[in-house]
Design a protein around this ligand. Structure first.
Ligand code: PLP
Length: 377
């Protein structure tokens, strides 16, 4: 969303080169909307979405907790002013020495999805709380996170039993329904799976208390998406359907939904050309591409809204590509992107919905291009 504050910032500061501008007022509004949507769930912001210190500090001051994927992210959250009790080490894939470092920093909540990971935590963070991630099918998500993370619910029972046997606190179940999840009912099957694991462990005398319902809350790109209140209602209905009046403690870990629409990337048209006179589509090359931060255009998964100074002119489908000497650096070709026929070299474009998963994906110096600059206002 190009807010007035972003427009004013770009007009007065005129930063050179591609850059991301994030409006903290939008982040704050998103945080409050999540609070209203799921008032009984603790919010653990997924730091990976955008770890800018200003964002972490704002969220810390609003009462957010933090889902971290690495020791570096744990340190970022601590630097934002939160205690380790407000941090979850949510990556299921950790080096044992990183578990030891996080333990030394005071982190006591860890994700696992197999016995091998449980053994590392038992050795390097004795007595820690662990939750086991279960697989989801990722249907309805534009950026699925299935397959790589999680185990089947029956195995989660074994993993958490082993955690308990090794002296850890088997605390709960987690899942992620896939990022940019457009189906508000996608949480239902995973909550049913969590209940299955709760019941199976209760039979063994192990009482779980926590369901970590992950991220997945969308940002509006080209298509409208349901409001966070609709997600809140659907999730609450599923929790009561499966857990009755014995609701567990719950966590959500929004990343994209917290910061995506707060950011806008300013970019410039470097070249407009055709491959032959008969070429159907013009090629529009920008000064940012897949390696400059727009990695989520991979497989054309995320289609960002683009504002041009010539909106209102006649439009035609264009191939949209980045500036590097890598032929993979083409963003939209299978489904060309409609842009004004009059678009020309030097025009500045605004790519909306780019507050999440951009700065951290940008390469440090591929082809000598600087990493994506970021301004948080
Ligand atoms: N939690 C975990 C464990 C994740 O891996 C991710 C994203 O990769 C998130 C939360 C944030 O997901 P989203 O950006 O879809 O909200």
């Amino acid at each position: 969303m190009v807010t007035q504050r972003i427009t004013d910032f770009l007009a007065t500061r005129r930063p050179d080169g591609p850059c991301l501008v994030v409006d903290l007022d939008v982040v704050e509004e998103n945080f409050r909307a999540f609070r209203r949507a799921l008032p009984d769930s603790a919010i653990f912001y997924a730091v990976k979405a955008n770890p800018a210190p200003e964002i972490l500090k704002l969220l810390a001051s609003l009462g957010s907790n933090f889902d971290c994927a690495s020791v570096a992210e744990v340190e970022m959250a601590l630097n934002a002013g939160v205690t380790p009790a407000r941090i979850s080490y949510g990556n299921t894939i950790k080096k044992e020495r990183d578990v030891a470092k996080a333990h030394a920093l005071g982190v006591s909540l860890y994700a696992v999805d197999c016995v091998e990971e449980v053994e590392k935590i038992a050795r390097s963070a004795p007595g820690a709380r662990v939750f086991c991630r279960v697989l989801t099918n990722g249907e309805g998500a534009e950026w699925p996170l299935s397959r790589k993370f999680g185990c089947v619910p029956a195995m989660a029972v074994d993993v958490l039993s082993e955690a308990n046997r090794l002296g850890l606190k088997a605390t709960g179940v987690s899942f992620h329904v896939g990022s940019q999840q457009t189906d508000t009912n996608a949480w239902d099957a995973a909550i049913a799976d969590a209940k299955f694991v709760f019941d199976a462990l209760a039979e063994k005398g192990i009482v779980l208390t926590l369901v970590n319902m992950g991220g997945g809350f969308p940002t509006r790109y080209l298509k409208d998406v349901p409001a966070s209140s609709a997600y809140g209602q659907a999730i609450f209905n599923s929790l009561t359907k499966h857990f009755g009046n014995q609701l567990p403690e719950t966590i959500i870990e929004p990343g994209r939904g917290m910061v995506g629409d707060a950011g806008v990337i300013k970019t410039e048209v470097v070249l407009v050309s055709k491959k032959s006179k008969a070429d159907e589509n013009r090629w529009v090359f920008l000064d940012i591409g897949k390696f400059g931060g727009l990695a989520e255009t991979m497989d054309e998964a995320i289609r960002y809204p683009i504002v041009t100074p010539r909106d209102g002119d006649e439009m035609e489908p264009c191939v949209l590509a980045g500036p590097t000497c890598d032929s993979a650096d083409v963003m939209y070709e299978k489904t060309p992107y409609p842009l004004p026929v009059s678009l020309t070299v030097g025009d500045e474009l605004l790519i909306e919905g780019t507050g999440a998963y951009t700065t951290t994906y940008a390469s440090v110096a591929f082809n000598g291009f600087e990493p994506l600059k970021s301004y948080v206002i």
